[in-house]
Design a protein around this ligand. Structure first.
Ligand code: ZN
Length: 344
């Protein structure tokens, strides 16, 4: 993933990181990447690894990589809760891990700054030796997803820019997730977000202090109304809700955001497509009758995000290097892990 993010920084674009749990979602992402010629980050949460079983999921992603040699692809552990979780992902063959030390190992209780630094640094040392990229998190996101999260609004633990600088310096992470008011899940904002609930000014302040650090936006589904409407039209009961507008993500990308996590939008697209088939054709019972439209609906959303984030057209810009070469880069210092820090 380090190479994907370095290339994205060079090209001034963001890369969507899409969550996967099953074959249809992986196929939807790869079809969208092929369609738009995009490099791509595929990520699995702990919940996904448990749902699909590690080996099934890993082999599916290996198949995706083999079938699409022209697409640079990173396999990322989303929200690792402990050193052991990250270690197991690395040993399985993931090329990138997130150590979310903003929370304690239970994935719910906010951790102290010192605890976060200690566990993240431990993962960085283990991962870099093996050429694997590390994303850390400073500040705490709102909401809960797959049983992970502190809950509450995204405004309770917004990242402090000075602490972000200190964290990047102490840990040597490759990418830094920050909390700017976003939450996981579908219910992010109760109205179209403005500066009072979505702290883009904090993101910009962090980018000014850490101009070369790859920033990560979590909870960045846009939760579009048309996808909510399809679900509700065919028997669903979603409450009205707002996500992160694409324009705000694009503002983030102009200010150092290189990885954009999207999950909810894909969940909405698939569920809407499945509901439509079952509602309109209650006599159908072949899973392919609804999984195929679900896969197509997700491909459409992913392709749209890839275009909006600017990664479209960049798959052929570079050839993926091996993780052995990345490991060597960390060792000889050609891949820097010391952030450039600008004065206040
Ligand atoms: Zn997240």
């Amino acid at each position: 993933m380090r190479q994907l993010l370095d290339e994205a920084a060079k090209g001034g674009y963001g890369v969507g990181a899409f969550n996967v749990n099953d074959m249809e979602q992986i196929q939807a992402i790869m079809a969208a990447a092929k369609q738009t010629k995009s490099p791509v980050i595929v990520q699995a949460s702990r919940g996904a690894r448990a749902f699909a079983e590690d080996l099934y999921l890993f082999k599916l992603i290996q198949a995706a990589a083999e079938l699409n040699p022209e697409i640079p692809i990173a396999m990322h552990q989303d929200h690792g809760n402990s050193f052991e979780t990250c270690k197991s992902a690395i040993e399985l063959g993931y090329t990138s891990v997130m150590m979310d030390g903003s929370l304690k190992e239970d994935g719910k209780t906010p951790a102290s700054f010192e605890e976060n630094v200690a566990v993240t640094k431990r993962v960085v040392d283990f991962a870099h030796e093996r050429g694997v990229t590390v994303e850390g998190e400073i500040g705490v996101l709102g909401g809960v997803e797959d049983g992970h999260g502190a809950g509450g609004s995204g405004l309770e633990h917004v990242t402090n820019p000075d602490q972000a600088v200190e964290f990047a310096e102490l840990t040597g992470v490759d990418a830094l997730a920050i909390a700017i008011g976003t939450s996981h899940g579908a219910y992010k904002f109760s109205k179209k977000p403005d500066g009072s609930v979505l702290k883009m000014d904090v993101l910009i302040a962090i980018h000014k202090r850490l101009p070369n650090t790859h920033l990560v936006m979590h909870g960045s589904s846009s939760v579009p109304k048309d996808l909510q409407d399809i679900i509700n039209k065919y028997g669903g009961k979603l409450k009205e809700t707002w996500g992160v507008p694409v324009e705000e993500i694009q503002l983030g990308i102009r200010n150092g955001v290189r990885k954009v996590n999207v999950d909810t939008d894909n969940r909405l697209a698939m569920t809407g497509a499945i509901r439509k088939v079952l509602w309109e054709s209650p006599e159908k019972f072949d899973p392919r009758d609804y999984l195929k439209p679900a896969r197509e609906a997700m491909q459409k959303v992913v392709a749209q995000r890839m275009t909006q984030f600017g990664q479209a057209g960049h798959a052929g810009d570079y050839k993926a290097v091996s993780i052995a070469a990345i490991a060597k880069g960390y060792k000889d210092g050609s891949l820097s892990t010391k952030p450039l820090v600008a004065a206040k």
